[in-house]
Ligand binder design. Structure first.
Ligand code: GUN
Length: 286
C-alpha cells in the first residue's frame, strides 16, 4: 500500500479564504480583528514561526502586530506588556511564542493573558473548558489535525488513536479533542515501554515528539492514518518530521507530509481562533 498524502497547504488555504471573508464582514461592522504576537529572544525557529503567523494574518485582512523583545527582557516587563494588551480593545488575540527564556515562568505568562484573548488555548481555564468538552479556544495544532481528519473523511468515532508525545501544546489537547470526537485514546510519552506495541494497535497515530524517526513503517498497522506534527532539520538542512516518511507511507493509508502537512494548518487555525475572538466581542456589543 502507498499512502494518500494529506495536503495541509490546500486545506489551510481554503480555511484562510473563509477567515478573510469573515474578517471583511467584521471590518464592515467597524471591528478589525487584531492579533498581537510576542516573541522573546532570538531562537531562529521561533522567529520564523512568528513572522509566518503575522504574515498570514495580514494576508487575511487581520490587524497584527509583532513585538520582538531581547532575551534579557524581564518577566515583570513581559507581564506588564500582556496586561496592557489585555486592556487594548483593538487586540482580540494575544500569542506569546514558546519556548520563553529560562528566567521567565511560562505558566505565569500564559495565566496572565486574558482567557478571552488566549487564541493559543493554553490558559488554564481554556484547558479546563477543553477537558470538560466545552472549549472556547482549541489549541491551534490539534484543532488543525481535527480539521484535516474531518476534511479527509477519516472516521474518528470508535477509532483507536495513539498520540506519541504528551505536551501541553499538542499531545494532551489532541487527546481531549480525539476523545470528545469518540476515539479511544492512548497518550504515549518518553517513558512508554514498547512504543511499537501501542502504535501497531492504532487506526490513527499522531506523532509530536520533536524527534526525527520516532515512528517508522514497521511500527504501524497496515492502513493506519499517520499525522506527523514534527518539524526538524536534518544535518543536511532539509526539513523532516517525527515520522520516517518513506517507510510509513508504504504501510499507512494516509499520511501528512513535512513540510506541507500540519504546519500550515496550525497557522490557519490561529486565524480562525482570532476571528472567533473578535466575533464574540462584536456579538457582545449588540
Ligand atoms: N511553540 C510551538 N508551538 C507553539 C504554539 O502553537 N503556540 C505558541 N505560543 N508557541 C508555540
Amino acid at each position: 500500500m502507498t499512502a494518500r498524502i494529506i495536503d495541509g497547504v490546500a486545506l489551510a488555504a481554503k480555511i484562510r479564504e473563509d477567515v478573510a471573508l469573515r474578517a471583511a464582514a467584521l471590518s464592515a461592522k467597524g471591528i478589525q480583528p487584531g492579533l498581537a504576537v510576542i516573541v522573546v529572544g532570538s531562537d531562529p525557529a521561533s522567529q520564523v514561526y512568528v513572522r509566518n503567523k503575522v504574515a498570514a494574518c495580514q494576508k487575511a485582512g487581520l490587524h497584527s502586530v509583532l513585538e520582538s523583545y531581547p532575551e534579557t527582557m524581564t518577566q515583570e516587563a513581559l507581564l506588564d506588556r500582556i496586561k496592557t494588551l489585555n486592556a487594548d480593545s483593538k487586540i482580540h488575540g494575544i500569542l506569546v511564542q514558546l519556548p520563553l527564556p529560562a528566567h521567565i515562568d511560562a505558566h505565569l505568562v500564559i495565566e496572565t493573558i486574558a482567557a478571552a484573548k488566549d487564541v493559543d488555548g493554553f490558559h488554564i481555564s481554556n484547558a479546563g473548558l477543553l477537558m470538560t468538552g466545552k472549549p472556547l479556544f482549541r489549541p491551534c495544532t490539534p484543532y488543525g489535525v481535527m480539521k484535516m481528519l474531518e476534511a479527509e473523511k477519516i472516521p474518528v468515532r470508535g477509532a483507536v488513536a495513539v498520540i506519541v508525545g504528551a505536551s501541553n501544546i499538542v499531545g494532551k489537547p489532541m487527546a481531549m479533542l480525539l476523545q470528545s470526537a469518540g476515539a479511544t485514546v492512548t497518550i504515549c510519552n518518553s517513558k512508554t515501554r514498547d512504543l511499537a506495541w501501542h502504535t501497531r494497535h492504532a487506526d490513527i497515530v499522531v506523532v509530536a515528539t520533536g524527534k526525527p524517526r520516532t515512528v517508522n513503517g514497521s511500527m504501524l498497522k497496515p492502513g493506519a492514518v499517520v499525522i506527523d506534527v514534527g518539524i526538524n532539520r536534518t544535518p543536511e538542512g532539509k526539513l523532516c518530521g517525527d515520522v520516517d516518511f518513506e517507510s510509513a507511507r508504504e504501510v499507512a493509508s494516509a499520511i501528512t507530509p513535512v513540510p506541507g502537512g500540519v504546519g500550515p494548518m496550525t497557522i490557519a487555525m490561529l486565524l480562525v481562533n482570532t476571528i472567533e475572538a473578535a466575533e464574540r466581542v462584536q456579538q457582545a456589543s449588540i
